[in-house]
Design a protein around this ligand. Structure first.
Ligand SMILES: Nc1nc2c(c(=O)[nH]1)N[C@H]1C(S)=C(S)[C@@H](COP(=O)(O)OP(=O)(O)OC[C@H]3O[C@@H](n4cnc5c(=O)[nH]c(N)nc54)[C@H](O)[C@@H]3O)O[C@H]1N2
Ligand SMILES: Nc1nc2c(c(=O)[nH]1)N[C@H]1C(S)=C(S)[C@@H](COP(=O)(O)OP(=O)(O)OC[C@H]3O[C@@H](n4cnc5c(=O)[nH]c(N)nc54)[C@H](O)[C@@H]3O)O[C@H]1N2
Ligand code: SF4
Ligand SMILES: [Mo]
Length: 695
């Protein structure tokens, strides 16, 4: 070590934090804090039983993101035409005054519901993510139906089980069979793999992956069931059919713990492996083999992903998959059952963070996935109410990530729309803003975190000062509340006071204790996680025939019993390919599309095309190829790939539109019709044509 290295090592301290990103892993972090408000490497906490010392590569090199030269550090005011990206610097007072004036003017002209605060999970911190709802509720602005990510999965999970818990994710290590169904944890929540690896090493467990392409997770699996997108319920029905046929159904469990409809068996009898083969594109033999393996393994843990729920029939598919352990009774066994999210274990009291005491349910609730239609004045999307005249956007990049992004951009171009975007980076959404506000990152503010993929409550305390004039979401809301006369005790509290209030009011130890202990494990007892005292439904039974009307307004479109629902955007002679937009490993939605390490590894927007399809179209590796449908045309580069079925095309990653030739992003191709019964974005359910570009 040189003298300089020794000096640096001596001044380096370790700060504790939690990863704020939109990822079920919510890793417990150890951050190298360096002099001068800088950070070094970020590591996973070894002492945390779920994180177990592992973080993904993109967060490991987070210094690239915190100290990125392109970070927004000053408020900006638009000077050029909408969307031109021309701004000048202004001070915070002027910025907040202008925002408050804009919102007040909109409310005076069209009513308070013409202001639409819009947010998502760019940070998962409860204070910084959800605080925007306090301003919304106090001022009676339009509400937001949060459909973009969890809506369709949630609806399908709730229908059968009634509650968002499940066997502890650490029990994966005690399973004999793990089925990763429509998820890609190697890329999207790497810690799942830690526990799968343990099961494989210590018990010789098998890993089966159900995915429509050979993802990173499928690559390392024992069996990859590569099916056509949107056909998962057919596979699930055939597996259940085999269970009844072969005597592997647990009739005692069915009678005691489920609604076991009298006609379930006859319903499934018609859904044979041959039937499912014709729908899924799998062979009947592969389905039989999987059914035998699954139906005869007690410790069979299904780790349910989101991917297969992002089709028009996605909620129905999720319900069908949750039925599997109800037929075999796997729910009862350690290392058995199914798991999607643990959100019910936290029982938060979010009154102070979200201003729930000020909520008036008569204010309209607009579907965030239909932001394009709403901005363009679609009466259905606006629920028959006033136009949207002003928006505050925090922690999301809707110009790129929402469905039908051509419509979104057209809406954001409206001259009469006053758009305020609070961001860490210049994004495609800030381009369309009238006022841009610079935001802190998680290491620069205090926040409280829960985890969907495990059971720990954590606090990430401020470790460094932000660059320039960045302010946290909470500070911006405080400044606006003051100017707009929005009164609520939450606006008078600091972020740490809100954290402390929320912890106590929810029955958890206070902030000081949580900080000292680093995390609190909120895991429920074994019996509760395995539903041994009943499910979360009103009659405590698992429901094969759910009351869909309790789940969402479009319940009439749902099948009575688990079934393949024929409502996907099917391929046609004119649009013969089915496009899937799977996540990229080094991006997290559009986050990290700005970091050099991630960009260098992901290279450029690329279509993975089966060699048979590529040959027919005359495409070689690197060919420019156009994908199109009635919504638009997108140009990418081709890569021949035999890890999918002919007719399926995969484009990984939600790249910024600017990374595509012509500046048109992938979501231009994606429809915005809600997934029944509750809603959701059908990101992996798109029919397209494909042709070599420039012919
Ligand atoms: N690296 C990285 N990590 C991420 C994200 C990211 O973009 N990049 N996004 C984060 C977010 S917001 C979320 S919600 C989670 C999502 O994490 P996941 O649960 O992994 O869900 P998806 O990203 O929707 O897709 C996962 C897989 O589903 C497959 N799939 C698509 N359609 C179907 C289908 O019809 N049937 C089946 N069986 N498979 C299908 C896709 O090919 C993909 O491999 O990950 C989070 N983590
Ligand atoms: N084609 C396709 N589209 C998809 C998906 C897909 O699989 N395929 N996945 C969908 C899913 S699952 C999701 S969840 C959505 C996600 O879409 P988004 O919620 O838009 O997620 P990101 O694109 O990561 O954008 C988050 C933004 O929040 C900012 N941010 C982070 N922390 C803070 C903060 O503390 N304060 C403020 N003010 N800003 C902050 C980041 O800089 C980043 O620009 O995308 C959806 N879109
Ligand atoms: S795996 Fe997920 S939670 Fe963990 S560091 Fe990476 S993005 Fe964050
Ligand atoms: Mo998501």
């Amino acid at each position: 070590m040189s003298r300089l290295d020794i000096a640096q090592a001596a001044s380096r301290t370790v700060g504790y934090s939690a990863c704020p990103h939109d990822c079920p892993s919510t890793c417990a972090l150890e951050v190298e804090v360096l002099p001068g408000d800088r950070v070094g490497r970020i590591h996973g906490a070894r002492a945390n039983s779920y994180t177990a010392g592992v973080v993904c590569e993109k967060v490991g090199r987070y210094a690239e993101r915190v100290h990125h030269p392109d970070r927004l550090t000053q408020p900006l005011l638009r000077t050029g035409p909408k969307g031109a990206g021309q701004f000048r610097r202004i001070g915070w007072d002027e910025a907040l005054d202008r925002v408050a004036e804009g919102f007040a003017a909109a409310a005076a002209r069209f009513g308070s519901e013409s202001v639409w605060p819009y947010y998502y999970a760019g940070t998962m911190g409860l204070v910084m993510r959800d605080g925007i709802n306090r301003l919304r509720h106090v001022l009676r602005y339009s509400r937001q139906k949060k459909t973009i990510c969890t809506g369709s999965a949630e609806a399908g999970w709730a229908a059968g089980t009634g509650r968002f818990v499940g066997p502890d994710p650490r029990e994966i290590a005690k399973a004999d069979l793990i089925v990763v169904w429509g998820g890609n944890p190697v890329a999207t929540q790497v810690n799942v793999m830690t526990h799968i690896t343990r099961a494989r090493k210590e018990r010789g467990a098998k890993l089966v992956v159900v995915d429509c392409y050979r993802s990173g997770t499928a690559e390392v699996a024992d069996v990859h069931l590569c099916l056509r997108p949107g056909t998962d319920a057919a596979l699930a029905c055939a597996v259940m059919r085999c269970a009844f046929r072969d005597g592997h159904a647990d009739r005692e469990y069915l009678a005691r713990y489920t609604d076991f409809p009298a006609d379930l068996e006859t319903h499934l009898a018609a859904r044979s492996p041959a039937w499912a083969a014709s729908i899924t594109g799998l062979s009947a033999e592969a389905i039989e083999a999987f059914a035998r393996l699954y139906n005869t393994t007690k410790r069979a843990y299904i780790r349910v992903g989101y991917g297969f729920t992002r089709s028009r029939n996605g909620s129905a598919a999720m319900h069908a998959v949750t039925c599997l352990p109800a037929v075999t009774g796997a729910w009862q066994h350690e290392g058995g059952g199914a798991f999607w999210s643990n959100r019910s274990v936290y029982h938060w009291n979010k009154t102070m963070i979200e201003g729930l005491d000020a909520l008036d349910k008569r204010t309209r609730e607009l579907d965030m996935c239909r932001i394009g239609a709403a901005l363009l004045g679609d009466a259905g999307a606006l629920k028959g109410g006033p136009p949207i005249a002003a928006m505050l956007i925090q922690n999301t990049n809707p110009a790129v990530v929402a469905p039908d992004s051509g419509k979104v951009r057209q809406g954001l171009m409206r001259e009469d729309l006053f758009t305020v975007v609070h961001e860490q980076f210049p994004t495609e959404t800030t381009r369309y803003a009238d006022v841009v506000l610079p935001a802190t990152m998680f290491l620069e503010h205090d926040d409280l975190y829960q985890a969907g993929g495990h059971t720990h409550i954590q606090i990430g305390a401020k470790l460094i000062e932000p660059p320039g004039e960045c302010r946290s979401n909470h500070e911006v809301l405080q400044g606006l509340a003051r100017r707009l006369g929005a009164e609520h005790p939450g606006f008078a509290m600091t972020a740490m006071e809100l954290i402390d209030w929320t912890l106590r009011a929810s029955g958890w130890p206070d902030a000081k204790t949580v900080l000292a202990r680093r995390w609190v494990d909120a895991a429920v007892p074994f019996r509760e996680g395995h539903f041994l005292d009943g499910f979360g439904t009103p009659d405590k039974k698992f429901h094969f025939a759910p009351d869909w009307s309790a789940v969402g307004s479009e319940w009439r479109r749902m099948p009575r019993l688990p079934d393949q629902l024929d409502i996907i955007e099917a391929a046609t002679p004119d649009q013969p390919f089915r496009l899937v937009t799977s996540p990229a490993r080094r991006f997290l939605n559009t986050t990290f599309t700005e970091t050099p390490g991630s960009r260098a590894r992901e290279k450029r927007p690329t279509a993975l095309i089966h060699p048979e399809d590529a040959d027919r179209l005359g495409l070689v590796d690197g060919s420019r190829v156009e994908l199109g449908n009635g919504r638009g045309v997108v140009t990418v580069h081709a890569r021949r790939f035999d890890g999918l079925l002919p007719g399926t095309v995969v484009v990984e990653g939600v790249w910024p539109a600017a990374d595509f030739e012509g500046g048109v992003g992938i979501n231009t191709l994606i429809g915005d019709e809600p997934i029944p019964p509750y809603g959701g974005g059908a990101f992996h359910d798109t029919a397209v044509w494909m042709r070599p570009a420039g012919r």
